[in-house]
Design a protein around this ligand. Structure first.
Ligand SMILES: NC(=O)c1ccc[n+]([C@@H]2O[C@H](COP(=O)([O-])OP(=O)(O)OC[C@H]3O[C@@H](n4cnc5c(N)ncnc54)[C@H](OP(=O)(O)O)[C@@H]3O)[C@@H](O)[C@H]2O)c1
Length: 187
C-alpha cells in the first residue's frame, strides 16, 4: 500500500517540504484449521506453542492491529510491539495501547514499513482487500462448532510463496504448516 508522506528537510537556506512515497506492507497473521476457523467463544481453537513462537518472532518490533474482542481475549499488551486496538466505543481506554475508532485511522497512524493485522474475524474480513501478505499457520484438523473464521484466501488473489510443515509432537498436538501468502501483482 502506498502512502504519500511529507518529509521536512533542513538546509542552510531553511526548511522545505519534500513529498515522497512510503511503501507500507500490510500483513495479516493468523492460525486457522482446515475450514478457515480461527476461534470459538472468543478464544483460540487450541494451544499450539510452535505457532505462538512463530507469531512472536514474526511480529516482534512491528505494530500489531487488533479488534477489541481479540485484545480482551489475549487479556494483556504484547510486549515489544505497538498495540493498536480498534473499537467503536469512544470511552474505551487501555493503558499502554493505542485506541482507534476505525481500521483506516489505525493504519494511517503507522509509519513503519510493515504492520500486522492480528485479528479477529471482523478485522480480518475488513482488511483483506488492503492486505499485501498473509502469514497463515494451517492446522491439519477440523474443529467442531467454531464461531470465527478467516475469509477464504483465493488463489486468484494470493500466491503461496513459502510453506514449512511439521508433525505433531509432545508440545504441539496437531500437524501444522507455516505458510506465507503474497498478493499477486499481475492482476
Ligand atoms: N486464530 C487466530 O489467528 C486468531 C487471531 C485473533 C483472534 N482470533 C479469534 O477471533 C475471535 C474474535 O474475533 P471477532 O471477529 O469476534 O472480534 P474482533 O475482530 O477481534 O473484534 C471485533 C470488535 O472490534 C471493533 N471493530 C471492528 N471493526 C471496527 C470498525 N470498523 N471500527 C471500529 N471498531 C471496530 C468492535 O469493537 P467494539 O465492540 O468495542 O466497538 C468489534 O466488536 C476470537 O475467538 C479470537 O480468539 C483468532
Amino acid at each position: 500500500m502506498d502512502f504519500n508522506k511529507f518529509l521536512k528537510i533542513g538546509s542552510d537556506s531553511g526548511w522545505f517540504m519534500c513529498n515522497f512515497q512510503v511503501i507500507m506492507t500490510i500483513a495479516a497473521i493468523v492460525v486457522t484449521d482446515l475450514n478457515n476457523a480461527i476461534g470459538k467463544d472468543n478464544q483460540l481453537l487450541c494451544h499450539l506453542p510452535a505457532d505462538l513462537k512463530f507469531f512472536k518472532s514474526t511480529t516482534m518490533g512491528a505494530p500489531i492491529i487488533m479488534g477489541r474482542k481479540t485484545y480482551e481475549s489475549i487479556g494483556r499488551l504484547l510486549p515489544g510491539r505497538r498495540n493498536l486496538v480498534i473499537t467503536r466505543n469512544s470511552d474505551y481506554r487501555i493503558e499502554g495501547a493505542e485506541i482507534y475508532h476505525s481500521l483506516d485511522a489505525a493504519i494511517q497512524n503507522c509509519t513503519e514499513e510493515k504492520i500486522f493485522i492480528i485479528g479477529g474475524s471482523e478485522l480480518f474480513k475488513q482488511s483483506l482487500d488492503k492486505t499485501d501478505e498473509i502469514y497463515r499457520t494451517l492446522i491439519d484438523y477440523k474443529f467442531d462448532s467454531a464461531d470465527s473464521f478467516f475469509p477464504e484466501i483465493k488463489n486468484s488473489e494470493f500466491e503461496k510463496q513459502w510453506e514449512e510443515c511439521h508433525h505433531s509432537d509432545e508440545k504441539n498436538k496437531y500437524d501444522y504448516c507455516f505458510q506465507h501468502w503474497v498478493r499477486r501483482s499481475d492482476l
